[in-house]
Design a protein around this ligand. Structure first.
Ligand code: ATR
Length: 272
């Protein structure tokens, strides 16, 4: 029931019409008996500052942040977690007694998604893409593993070198070279979203690679389809979305919602 004590959470982005987060988080609030609702707020980039001012004034309890605000929102927050500060990206805001804290759960979300199918141990990891998601994943995984990031615009990977990450240009030569080296491949670009494109030609994949895509629409992207055809273990992008959501939820409430429940809600919303 929504009443005078109901706490408000939400996602801000532009656009947010297709966000799966409201379904996931509202399902979790219901299941855990938490008196809260989660809404989608479409905020134009020019109005981000005003929106945050409004969220403060209304004491909104927490936010997820998606494209294109993950970097810009930093200017409007009171503090940042270490990870957010290092990579310059925020996907979760926690309102702690009126102070807005920025966090990022994209990296830990990817780690937990991968750990569904393998132990990361000392596996060598190749990431395609150095946008907000690619950087967050690379930073998190490079804490324990050797990581290479290939990006269409090679200048963008330079900032990652101070974390011990190797960066290079995305081209066929480098793909061939680093795919021989890598044991885990992660697509962190939007290539394959709502299309039958792939960032890595199928013939370059080997059976013993673990392949993860951050794209979840379609759920079985061309990359994952071709990887499975070659016998690779795969992880779809919806698992990363689910786990980054679980980690945001934990930051807000201290509770861990059920992953099956969150995924079920996301899948239902995806199919609508
Ligand atoms: P997100 O926050 O989802 O990571 P982003 O910050 O816009 O989104 O980053 C998108 C990433 O996908 C970037 O690494 C981008 O490469 P550039 O840095 O060269 O722009 C990459 N990307 C987008 N479209 C691509 C394409 N068609 N081929 C290869 N890389 C692509």
């Amino acid at each position: 029931m929504v009443d005078a004590k109901t706490r408000l959470y939400g996602v801000i982005g532009f656009p947010t019409r297709h966000s799966l987060s409201p379904s996931m988080h509202n399902a979790a609030f219901r299941a855990l008996g938490i008196n809260a609702v989660y809404l989608a707020f479409e905020v134009h980039p020019e109005e981000l500052g005003d929106a945050i001012k409004g969220f403060r004034a209304l004491s909104i309890s927490g936010l997820n942040v998606t494209m294109p605000h993950k970097e810009a929102i930093i200017h409007f927050l009171d503090s940042l977690s270490e990870d957010s500060g290092e990579i310059g990206s925020v996907n979760t805001v926690v309102n702690r007694n009126g102070k807005l804290e920025g966090h990022t759960t994209d990296g830990i979300g990817a780690r937990r998604a991968l750990e569904r199918v393998i132990e990361l141990g000392e596996r060598r990891i190749l990431i395609i893409g150095a946008g907000g998601a690619g950087k967050a994943i690379a930073y998190e995984l490079a804490k324990d593993n050797d990581v290479v990031v290939l990006n269409r615009t090679p200048e963008k990977v330079k900032v990652l070198e101070r974390f011990g990450i190797t960066g290079d240009a995305l081209n066929r030569g480098n793909l061939g070279k680093y795919l021989k080296w890598a044991e885990v491949l992660i697509n962190a670009t939007p290539v394959g979203m709502n299309s039958w494109e792939t960032p890595v030609p199928g013939e370059m994949l080997r059976k013993d690679l673990v392949v993860m895509d951050i794209v979840y629409k379609p759920l079985k992207t061309r990359l994952l389809t071709e990887a499975e055809l070659r016998g690779c273990k795969t992880v779809d992008g919806l698992w990363m979305l689910v786990y980054q959501g679980i980690e945001s939820f934990r930051l807000w409430t201290g509770l861990e919602p059920d992953e099956g429940l969150m995924r079920g809600a996301a899948l239902e919303s995806l199919s609508q």
